[in-house]
Design a binder for this molecule. Structure first.
Ligand SMILES: N[C@@H](CCOP(=O)(O)O)C(=O)O
Length: 512
């Protein structure tokens, strides 16, 4: 493996250890930090996002991905980005162990209705967030040991349904951590809510916000840069970190499943080594699709990255015009995890395609905050459109897509996956692009049984646990442990606040 850019900094025994530094997307003058520090901090002090100072340029063969277990692929990817984190192999084994209901961790389906589905929901909370949030606690622990950081880590998280539960599960009873999750009170599915409130642990806190996801995430970002609060925390030996894809420790593990998908296609001889594969990614905060962009930059033969949105189609318009404009109605939809108008990770993409122009990124992000919109230079927009395609599906269109795929092959997909599937087909029809396409299946259909049933069942649809049983009748496979657990979880208590009260509740929780 060749690391032609990372700097060799020290040598332990016969093995050379490389160090990868991380810098903010916004401040060209800021001192870079180590990978360990970037994971511990979560967000850069200037409000920007950490990116690696040099992008890894490994040389590798694609052939081994056909036979390697997922754990090996994940370890390889993590080592490219966090070469200075010691003891990664153990962490990876713990992250991808018996808590997964499929040994492949992210199995690729057969071709259904024209496309493949990369099933990212075989972890304990039934959504793709587990792939990274079973790993992040491990990475954080390694980073803390390595840096000697002994303050308590307060994981502040905003969720539109899936990240929160996966973060609670990942950090459940992890020593030296507390997790505070904020979710939009009226913006997640009944099963998502029951699942989130069902996560028990002395270090876990769930707070409903009487606002939408954007308000929760924006306030979380403000709390990160609140100096008075940081001092209060420091006095108690505490500091914030993030479980959202703003944290590189959350984002980087997601790159691995693009390699795993490619390996599975190769292994089945559906493609030849080097063939380009398109990926359709349902996305709200842009983390999942950015991981695909990073996979392409690492040399994986990725063709188009198809960015799929729901009715909150701010990203579709951005890719079409180069103008990002969040001044529009926020829709609460039947694909709630994607109900987002401020896509945090787009900032990392802009940093990359503008040739690391941190001043430009800072200016655009400032404009977004003050005016609600920005337009990227024409050259930046042009670069984006060579790699990305974009489209959206309405709530009715995604339901029709669930039915189409089910009718084709009795294959059940969740509403978010259906958004990706619909937009992939739309793209294929408009462009005639016949390359193999992998749709990221981001959540289990059992998290949204009402919407799925409504699409496929002629009978009246029930809700919650009853709907899960009703949906199971359409499924030849037995219920997985993660779904069965939904029937036994007991709801924990939660607080409810307005967005303006989020700081006060954080202080109250942390003061015990
Ligand atoms: N879609 C998420 C919200 C934020 O995304 P993240 O990937 O940055 O955590 C959710 O379901 O909670």
């Amino acid at each position: 493996m060749g690391y032609n850019k990372a700097k060799v900094t020290r040598k332990i025994g016969p093995r050379r250890i490389y160090q990868m530094n991380y810098r903010s997307t916004r401040d060209p003058q800021a001192q870079p930090v180590t990978s360990a520090a970037a994971i511990i901090k979560g967000l850069a002090p200037d409000g920007g996002l950490f990116v690696s100072s040099t992008f890894p340029q490994p040389s590798y063969d694609l052939a081994p991905f056909t036979t390697q277990p997922y754990q090996d692929i994940a370890q390889q990817v993590l080592t490219w980005f966090f070469p200075d984190l010691a003891a990664l192999p153990g962490a990876v084994q713990r992250a991808y162990g018996a808590q997964w209901d499929d040994q492949q961790i992210t199995p690729l389906s057969a071709r259904h209705g024209g496309n493949y589905y990369l099933e990212l929901f075989h972890g304990p909370t039934l959504a793709f967030k587990d792939v990274a949030l079973q790993a992040l606690p491990q990475l954080l622990q390694l980073a803390k040991v390595q840096t000697g950081e002994d303050s308590e880590t307060i994981i502040l998280t905003a969720t539109s349904g899936d990240t929160g539960t996966a973060a609670l599960r990942g950090f459940q009873n992890v020593a030296g951590t507390q997790v505070i999750v904020f979710y939009p009170r009226d913006g997640i599915s009944p099963v998502q809510k029951a699942q989130m409130l069902g996560q028990a642990g002395a270090n876990l806190h769930v707070v409903a916000v009487t606002g939408n996801f954007d308000q929760a995430q924006t306030t979380v970002k403000q709390l990160f840069s609140d100096q008075a609060l940081a001092h209060e925390l420091a006095a108690r030996q505490q500091q914030f970190s993030s479980a959202n894809s703003m944290n590189v420790g959350r984002l980087i593990p997601q790159i691995a499943y693009y390699f795993a998908a490619y390996g599975q296609l190769l292994q089945r001889q559906e493609i030849q080594s080097g063939d380009l594969v398109n990926f359709a990614v349902p996305t709200g905060n842009f983390g999942d699709i950015l991981a695909g962009y990073y996979a392409k930059k690492l040399g994986l033969p990725v063709g188009k990255l198809i960015c799929a949105s729901n009715a909150n189609n701010v990203l579709t318009d951005f890719f079409a015009t180069g103008t990002y404009d969040k001044r529009r109605e926020f829709y609460v939809t039947n694909s709630p995890s994607m109900d987002i108008l401020v896509s945090s990770n787009l900032e990392r993409l802009l940093f990359d395609v503008s040739d690391h122009d941190a001043d430009l990124v800072a200016q655009l992000m400032n404009q977004l905050q003050t005016t609600g919109h920005y337009t990227v230079p024409a050259e930046v927009h042009q670069r984006l459109t060579t790699t990305f395609a974009a489209g959206y599906a309405t709530s009715m269109q995604l339901q029709a897509e669930i039915k189409r795929v089910f009718d084709a092959d009795n294959y059940l997909i969740d509403p978010h996956t259906a958004v990706g599937s619909f937009v992939a087909r739309q793209y294929q029809q408009v462009t005639g692009d016949q390359r193999p396409c992998v749709v990221l299946a981001t959540a289990s259909p059992y998290k949204f049984p009402e919407t799925v049933l409504d699409a496929i069942s002629p009978a009246p649809v029930s809700s919650g646990l009853t709907a899960i049983k009703q949906l199971a009748e359409f499924d030849a496979a037995p219920l997985t442990a993660g779904v069965q657990e939904l029937f036994t979880n007991l709801p924990q208590s939660q607080a409810e606040v307005a967005p303006a009260e989020m700081k006060a509740i954080v202080q109250q929780i942390l003061q015990g």
